[in-house]
Design a protein around this ligand. Structure first.
Ligand SMILES: *Cc1c(COP(=O)(O)O)cnc(C)c1O
Length: 436
């Protein structure tokens, strides 16, 4: 057996499915996940010494690439001063202040340990503030694994949600109502059927968790108007898009100011950090100031805060270089791949927002989960393994975004484009076009 297969065998005997988060299992594409030994810049090395160009970036956090010197140095310095105190420390303020500088809608902010915690807590605050229980989310969006988010559309949209995971009580899933992304009418219909009961609408302003799906013109603005008209709060889940699609996240890029924002991923510089914040009058509900209980032993610990601050500080100082560069490299890869795909009429579409993108194996423009769910995942699997063989490490599922960092140079991108073209040729060469 290879070393990787050995490790995976041991892992499966001691960890459920051999992984500590299902997204990193290779269940959707078959085979064993690669055990990674180290990472640097835009690259990963697995336990067998094979080098890959990394387009997962730890699922989003590594905006500056792996082992960015400013982040690494700050962490090692803090290590010697202690990693957690369970008492306030100055670097918490630095993180909070830089978040507000980059994202002015966040007037008060509370640090937590994951995106899941951030979203779960934001909903609790919204429910307390509005004194209402129901929440609207969109099919295909992901907001972490709290019970009430593991809800899918029941029989037909605009009905009460049904659990999408075992272990979630039906009455909990039913407090979540599922609308269709980019479909304003589906949201209005739910509000009409639940007058005075909806606490909040939570949305990934650019969806990353069904693959990348962009908001249609004015969709986000319309959501804000509908929320205001109905006395509900608008929550942007920017765990993925925050400091990724623009300096100030999707709310800057699309010029919409949510009531609350949830953050994670980039905000921790690769360490486990989440945050939620927004309107001062709403965030004043949080304990010890207000009646909403939310706590965390390791929340705001100095090690994680130091890593997060080091990365956010780079963004605050260098955003004029960082975001145009990410945009340029994102566009270059798209053009290099799609010119080829279009010339050969391959049935694929490329969805991209700056440095996050998905190549969908469908001809349709993906506007919501309805189109995404019709992708040809068999072709995706073939494409994925072709890239893996060629040293390009992509997310092991059609329904994920891939990410670039500032370490993805033009040379790396051109090399990747060549391999992606080759992977597409191998998928579609045998004339087995599935016209999906
Ligand atoms: C990753 C993600 C989460 C969950 O964050 P965790 O840190 O994995 O708990 C929530 N919302 C969105 C949009 C995400 O991309």
């Amino acid at each position: 057996m290879t070393r990787n297969a050995d490790l995976f065998k041991i892992a499966r005997g001691i960890i459920p499915g051999g992984v500590n988060s299902p997204a990193r299992s290779f269940n959707a594409v078959g085979g064993a996940p690669k055990f990674i030994a180290r990472a640097h810049g835009a690259h990963l090395w697995d336990e067998e010494g094979v080098k890959y160009v990394d387009y997962v970036g730890s699922w989003g956090p590594m905006l500056l690439g792996h082992c960015a010197p400013q982040v690494t140095e700050a962490i090692s310095e803090q290590l010697r001063r202690g990693v957690s105190f369970g008492a306030p420390c100055e670097v918490e303020l630095k993180v909070a202040l830089v978040i507000r500088e980059l994202m002015p809608s966040v007037e008060l902010v509370r640090m937590v340990n994951s995106g899941t915690e951030a979203c779960m807590s934001a909903i609790r605050v919204a429910r307390a503030f509005t004194k209402r229980d129901k929440v609207i989310k969109f099919e295909g969006c992901y907001h972490g694994h709290a019970d009430f988010f593991l809800s899918k559309a029941g029989s037909g949209l605009a009905t009460l949600g049904e659990p999408s995971s075992a272990g979630v009580p039906a009455h909990v899933a039913a407090t979540t109502l599922n609308a269709r992304f980019n479909d304003v009418a589906s949201v209005e219909k739910i509000f009409a059927g639940n007058a005075g009961e909806v606490a909040a609408v939570i949305v990934e302003p650019v969806v990353g968790n069904m693959g990348v799906v962009l908001p249609a013109d004015d969709f986000l603005k319309r959501l804000q108007e509908i929320c205001t008209a109905n006395g509900a709060l608008l929550i942007f889940d920017e765990v993925m898009t925050g400091f990724r699609v623009a300096r100030g996240g999707a709310q800057e890029r699309f010029d919409v100011k949510p009531d609350l924002t949830t953050l994670g991923k980039i905000v921790g510089g690769g360490l486990p950090v989440g945050a939620y914040g927004g309107r001062k009058d709403v965030m004043e509900m949080v304990a010890p100031l207000g009646p909403v209980y939310q706590a965390g032993t390791l929340s705001g610990n100095p090690l994680a805060m130091t890593a997060g601050f080091a990365q956010l500080e780079q963004i605050a100082m260098n955003y004029r270089q960082i975001f145009p560069q990410l945009e340029r490299m994102g566009a270059l890869l798209e053009d290099q791949v799609m010119q080829h795909a279009r010339a050969r009429s391959y049935p694929v579409t490329y969805a991209r927002c700056g440095s996050m993108a998905t190549l969908f194996f469908t001809k349709e423009v993906v506007k919501s989960w309805e189109e995404a769910s019709r992708c040809d995942t068999r072709s995706f699997t073939k494409y994925f393994w072709s890239l893996m063989k060629d040293g390009i490490y992509m997310p092991p599922s059609q329904y994920e975004a891939f990410f670039m960092s500032t370490m993805h140079t033009e040379e790396i991108v051109m090399h990747t484009a060549e391999k992606m073209r080759r992977a597409l040729d191998s998928v579609f060469s045998e004339g087995h076009f599935r016209n999906k």
